[in-house]
Design a protein around this ligand. Structure first.
Ligand code: BV8
Length: 245
């Protein structure tokens, strides 16, 4: 992957696989986050309305597991690359763990929200920084709604299945593709099974915009055919060498 050309623009899509070597379980596959969990029950608005305690237990467990996670060599390789490419690079991550920012990347779009923030399930207040783990008996409520004499639970600041991604987030990705298509455009997906839309469709949009498409993934995913170059293996081992060329 040649990235040292001064006209290269790089869009990177990351998924749970890039954080696997930081000790954060992926979603699918053995030992995955969804194993034993019903996605609809813990990662959907209807699941939250039906049983908020169960949803908060699921996300509190992920906060507990993610608390001590550190960026791995794959994250650090992307951070080093941003030092070189600057605004010619953008990371669109499906991950909610914040590890790209911890590694030093500043140009990161969080497609599915952030595990370390909560927001009101009712009013339009801004999301708050929140790393707390909540017990079923003591679920968090919105202080602003309370001040108005209303009751509303806080919810994780996460995009659940069936919820729209924020328009601002998608606008940033589309604006980058519109700019990149006029230059030498490279699209790299790392650590994603390519099963969740709309992020799974980014490779098709990038290819249609003339991008050279690359995938770095442990296993061959469902949408591997969409990529011109597929490199299988752990991203923590592969990215440092691949991104330095
Ligand atoms: C939307 C937040 C539109 C929660 C997540 C049919 C019915 C109903 C809905 C749909 C449908 N068809 C399509 C949809 C839409 C749906 C969807 O795509 N469903 C899929 C499952 C079929 N999408 C949505 O609902 C999205 N919204 O479309 O809105 C809309 C329009 C109008 C009005 C209303 C709505 C919202 C999607 C966001 C859902 N939220 N997460 C949470 O995180 O707890 S998605 C969830 O999956 C995570 O965010 C995760 O990131 C994402 C994708 O998973 P991956 O990251 O790819 O992880 P996975 O484990 O699958 O794969 C890991 C890969 O890494 C593996 O391939 C493995 O080989 C590899 N790997 C492992 N170790 C390593 C490695 N690679 C390299 N190195 C390693 N060391």
């Amino acid at each position: 992957m040649k990235l040292d050309h001064p006209d290269t623009h790089l869009l990177v899509l990351t998924g749970a696989g890039i954080s696997a070597e930081s000790g954060i379980p992926t979603f699918r596959g053995s030992g995955g986050v969804w194993e034993g969990e019903s996605v609809a029950r813990v990662a959907s608005l209807s699941g939250f309305v039906h049983d908020p305690a169960r949803v908060w237990r699921f996300y509190s467990e992920r906060r507990a597991r993610g608390r001590d996670a550190k960026p791995n060599a794959g994250h650090l390789a992307l951070a080093k690359l941003e030092e070189k490419l600057g605004d010619r690079m953008l990371i669109a991550t499906q991950n909610i763990d914040g590890l790209h920012q911890s590694a030093g990347n500043t140009r990161v779009v969080e497609l599915h929200g952030n595990l370390w923030k909560s927001r009101c399930s009712r009013c339009e207040r801004e999301p708050i920084d929140d790393a707390a783990e909540y017990s079923p008996e003591k679920l968090p409520a919105c202080g602003k709604c309370h001040a108005r004499g209303e009751f509303a639970l806080l919810r994780p600041h996460i995009v659940w299945f069936g919820e729209k991604l924020s328009s601002g987030v998608l606008d940033r990705v589309e604006a980058f593709i519109r700019r990149a298509r006029k230059h030498r455009f490279v699209f790299l997906a790392v650590g994603t099974s390519g099963l969740v839309a709309p992020s799974s469709q980014f490779v098709d949009v990038a290819r249609a915009a003339g991008a050279e498409t690359w995938l770095v993934n442990q296993d061959r995913p469902a949408n591997a055919e969409a990529f011109a170059h597929v490199v299988l293996g752990p991203s923590g081992e592969l990215l440092p060498a691949l991104l330095q060329r």
